[in-house]
Write a protein that binds this ligand. Structure first.
Ligand SMILES: C[S@@+](CC[C@H](N)C(=O)[O-])C[C@H]1O[C@@H](n2cnc3c(N)ncnc32)[C@H](O)[C@@H]1O
Ligand SMILES: [Zn+2]
Length: 154
């Protein structure tokens, strides 16, 4: 279920998710609880689907019925993953802040996105966990999708 402390808004990326109250570290924000898609490659999925789903196995992705599909990506995110499908706050978040996560916390496919997040640590290209540097993996420890934890024995 979507956390009532967040609201759907708009910004330069289209839809976005904003905190309407202060949020505590590790609070669940939203979940990918919708339709499951199976494909040989992410690029075989329709673009609008590929742009909004979460990868949770080598050939499987899942959409959300709620707002999880509208959190934008940042290379300095304030949210991460718990398990396979739950987006959680990775730190305390103040009212008014945008909620973001790093799509590389779950994606390890041929889908690519040019990142315009503007962070000093911007990776510029998103889509392959396998390319994530060790220091960033350390920073995200505990918030990386379970399927990648298993795949890479993290
Ligand atoms: C999961 S959706 C997020 C919601 C999206 N803004 C919308 O209106 O539906 C991901 C899409 O948002 C945009 N987006 C999100 N974060 C971005 C970023 N850091 N840089 C560039 N585009 C981004 C891209 O169009 C991307 O395909
Ligand atoms: Zn970035």
């Amino acid at each position: 279920m979507d956390n009532p402390k967040v609201t759907l808004g708009t910004n330069r990326f289209g839809k976005c998710i904003i905190a309407n109250s202060d949020i505590n570290k590790d609070e669940v924000i939203a979940e990918f609880d919708g339709e499951i898609f199976e494909a040989e490659r992410a690029n075989d999925l329709p673009k609008d689907i590929a742009d909004h789903v979460i990868q949770f196995e080598e050939h499987k992705w899942r959409d959300s019925k709620g707002i999880a599909r509208y959190l934008n990506h940042s290379c300095s995110p304030n949210c991460g993953l718990n398990g396979l499908f739950a987006l959680v706050a990775m730190q305390d978040i103040k009212k008014g802040e945008e909620l973001t996560w790093d799509y590389d916390m779950s994606e390890d496919s041929d889908w690519r996105m040019a990142c315009l997040c503007g962070s000093h640590q911007c990776k510029k290209i998103i889509g392959a966990f396998r390319l994530m540097l060790q220091d960033i993996r350390e920073k995200y420890k505990g918030y990386i999708s379970n399927w990648l934890v298993k795949k890479y024995h993290l």
